[in-house]
Design a protein around this ligand. Sequence first.
Ligand code: ADP
Ligand code: MG
Length: 304
Amino acid sequence: MSILVKGVTKLYGEQKALDDISFEVKTGEIVAFLGPNGAGKSTMMKIITGFIPASSGSVFVNGTETSADNIEIRKTIGYLPENNPLYPEMYVREYLGFVASVYKLGKETKRRVDNIIETTGLAPEQNKKIGALSKGFRQRVGLAQALIHDPGVLLLDEATAGLDPNQIVDIRNLIRDAGKEKTILLSTHIMQEVEAICSRIILIDKGKIVADEEKSNIYSKISRPYQVVNVEFDKGVTEQALLGIPNVVRVQMKGKDRWVVEAEGEADIRPAIFSFAVGNGLTVLSLQKEVSNLEEVFRQLTNG
Ligand code: ADP
Ligand code: MG
């Protein structure tokens, strides 16, 4: 199951929410779809599912073009919308049965409902009203409705937004499990989530793609103006002395004998710090270069 987006533009009146977007998600990939609020993520997902039409361009799911009236394609897509709209007055089991009937699962319905209640951990809550559930369990219901027809493609729009850290881990594990056999495109603002479950990143800003890279490659898209190293010595050293190391431009004490050292230039500053220590009769207890993180990539590429 794959997703192919070709030259999609979406206009809301005068406003261009998506501007000639093209990308592909291949079978079995879990791809993070990132961007600041208003970048166009939700709009793109709604177009992929066929909920709203593109102004121009096209989307293919597993080779077939999507559209609002293509029921067969809709059956192969699971979608958890942003803010997860549910029916608070319905009971969990009743609601999932209702969703199953929309997909015309027929005789399969009971087996699928039982199965999805089990895999999403909803068993203890299945006879409660949706409105009475905690936010974490409501998200599980949202995932359950997205998965009930066993779609090959899963679109998750901020599935973990507003959850507490335990609930986030629970939902993330469910997503990771689903990802073993599905193609997933997910949007999130939690970079740890991207680190934990995604293999590729598509970053959009103001309706345009600004990066589409394997996760391990994404750092090549940004530049760091300087290097930052954390170092701990066994005894006291002065700021003045540290500033004497070639290329060091700024130092900051972070605790007893612990320093943050900033240096210019491409060459790794750590050997120079090490030589400095040896030359001054100090022992280096720890020495770590700060690595770029995804937040930094996000901010640099989207001008946040
Ligand atoms: P994201 O999900 O990345 O936050 P959205 O896709 O929700 O971004 O929105 C992209 C842009 O399109 C925003 O500027 C938003 O205000 C606008 N937009 C979204 N939906 C509508 C709509 N139904 N009518 C008009 N403008 C919309
Ligand atoms: Mg959104």
